[in-house]
Every structure is written in C-alpha cells, then in structure tokens.
Ligand binder design. Structure first.
Ligand code: SF4
Ligand code: SF4
Length: 326
C-alpha cells in the first residue's frame, strides 16, 4: 500500500507505544456556527451529534478518579454550543484540572446558530475559570483567513480577540493564556513555528493592538473535508508524497496520541481526534474501549491505530493539537 505509515515506522525501526494519559480530549459536539473548508470534523450549524449528560458525568468521574490525567481539552465543533459546556468547565476546574477550550472566536459574536443564545459572556467566563483558550486564526491577514473560514470571519475574530485581551488574555503577568493556531490555506507544510509566531505577533499588535502567548502551527490532515478537496482538485497524491518525503523520526516520537486520548460524543475512545473522525475506535482483544467501562490499564496497553493520515503528524517539525512535536 502506498503511504503506509506503519511500514515507514518499521523501515526506520521506530516504535510508538503509549507513554501516558496526561490529557483527556473530549469532542463534545459537532455543532458549529462556522463551516470551514479544512475542517476535519465536518462540523456545521446543521450537525446534531452531542455528548449526553451521562457522558459528561462519566468524563468528570474519570477525571476525578485519575490524578495522572491532569488536563482536560474540550473541542468540537464549537464546544461552547453544548448545553453542559459551562458546567463541565467549572467542575473540571474544581477538580484541579488544567482546562483548555478550542474556541473558534466567532461564536462569541455569532451566538448559538439554532437557539440564538448569546455567547458574549465567554471571555469573562473563561477568565473567571482561568481556562487556556486555543483559537484558530489561519492568518493575520483578512483575505487568507476568510478564504479558509468564510467571508467576514477575520473581522469577527479580531473583535473576539480584543474582548479576550480586555479580560487579560495574552497580557504579560495575567496568567491567562491565549494561544493561536495556524494551518496552511492549501496543501503545504506550515512554515517554521517560531518565525511565523513572530510575524503574527508583530502584525496583530501593529494593526489591531492584539496580544497573545504562542502560535501553534498545525499541518492540514488529509482526511474528511480537506481530503475531499485534495481529491477533487487532483492534489491528494502530491500532498501525501510531500508528507511522506518530510517524515521526521523526532517528530514521530512526540505524536500526541502517546500522551492523550480522545473521547467521542457517544463515549467511544480513540487515539486522537483524527482517528475519531475516521471512526477508528480504540480497541484491544476484548473489543472497543469506551468511557463507560474506562480502564486506564487497558488504555495504556493498547496498540495505537496508525494509518496513512498519520503522516500529517510526522512531517517536518511535526504537528499536534499543541503545535510542533519535534
Ligand atoms: S470553527 Fe473549527 S469546528 Fe467549526 S467548522 Fe471551523 S474548523 Fe470546524
Ligand atoms: S493521526 Fe492520531 S494516531 Fe496518527 S500519529 Fe497523529 S495523533 Fe497519532
């Protein structure tokens, strides 16, 4: 098979077993106020999948019972559109967990796409709970951001960033962390993270007075909506060749599935959010693993399910939900 990730690991003598479960990442809803071209979740205002109240309670039980799981990473869709989002954050914070939210910025201004509930309280809510906010901003220029995320998204994102800054986010000494995420607009590898971060910081400060902590560069994963786009435009093979050619063993060592597990809205467990979107369940000889029969020992003994898309995590400086891995 072409683009065989496991064969590439074997050829190089690289083994990647799990090392810990430091982060529980929950994909709490597929509902989103946006429809981005690269979205690997295929999220949109018409998606209805969301975690049940029992699922949210179970995740909190797991966090409470496992001190070694120190971080909760809440993602979606737009996670704030889930009716139990606020409660989940508050209770995880009360358990002493470091809580991160994948916040798309525009939801602050758009509100709930179905119920029309306002989400303008989010900057203050995040600051009160000292949530680490991680937000996508594909570029510091309007044209490129709107090309990827939709017309008008850049202006709204800038306004939302200003509101986060007003609460102290990204401001030195506040302890309130605001990280931005860059991903290329097309089938390219991201530029070097440090240089791009400096460009973002200078441009956003000069043009809008905006400050933030770090920029994470993320490689576009060749799955779902982005894969379809690549295939339709005849660029899939070339993109995969590029990822394979840039395979970096040091980046492979740091892939996030070695220290993170991902929870689907229905409670099924996955090695990462990408495997979740591909419905590649975490499984062992006894069957699929879920939050409802959570067993950390089974999780640690599992074999991570790699496939061709994993080349997106190991190309160049590597890619993960926290940026480069090498
Ligand atoms: S904001 Fe995020 S979850 Fe929503 S469509 Fe865009 S990439 Fe997907
Ligand atoms: S796609 Fe998921 S399973 Fe594959 S290397 Fe990346 S984090 Fe690991």
């Amino acid at each position: 098979m072409k683009f065989d990730f496991q064969a590439e690991l074997d050829r190089r003598g690289v083994a990647l077993p799990p090392v810990s479960v430091e982060t529980l990442q929950i994909n709490i809803t597929k509902l989103c106020n946006q429809v981005c071209r690269h979205c690997h979740v295929d999220a949109s205002p018409s998606r209805t999948e969301a975690m049940s109240a029992a699922g949210v309670e179970k995740c909190l039980e797991i966090l409470a019972a496992h001190p070694q799981i120190t971080k909760l990473d809440i993602t979606g869709g737009a996670p704030e559109l889930h009716p139990m989002f606020d409660r989940l954050v508050e209770r995880a914070v009360a358990l002493g967990k470091h809580v991160m939210a994948r916040h798309n910025l525009t939801v602050q201004l758009d509100g709930h796409p179905v119920t029309k509930e306002s989400k303008e309280y989010l900057p203050e809510f995040y600051a009160r709970n000292r949530v680490e906010v991680i937000s996508s901003l594909p570029y510091y220029q309007e044209f490129f951001t709107d090309a990827q995320r939709g017309s008008g998204v850049f202006k709204k994102s800038i306004e939302a960033l200003k509101r986060l800054n007003a609460q102290g986010y990204g401001v030195a000494g506040s302890g309130l962390v605001l990280n931005l995420v860059y991903n290329p607009v097309g089938p390219y590898l991201p530029a070097a993270q440090a240089g791009l971060e400096a460009d973002y910081k200078r441009s956003l400060k000069d043009a809008y007075g905006i400050v933030f902590n770090s920029l994470y560069t993320i490689t576009n994963m060749p799955i779902n909506r982005f894969r379809l786009h690549l295939e339709k435009s005849g660029q899939y093979e070339a993109y995969m060749d590029k990822l394979l050619g840039a395979f970096n063993p040091a980046a492979a060592e740091g892939v996030m599935c070695r220290s993170l597990i991902s929870v689907g809205h229905d409670g099924r467990l996955y090695d990462c959010d990408f495997n979740q979107m591909l419905e590649m369940d975490m499984a062992d000889a006894r069957g699929a693993l879920t939050i409802f029969d959570f067993d950390l020992e089974r999780v640690m003994k599992r074999r991570i399910r790699f496939d061709s898309h994993c080349l997106g995590c190991t190309a160049g400086a590597g890619s993960s939900c926290g940026g480069v891995t090498a």
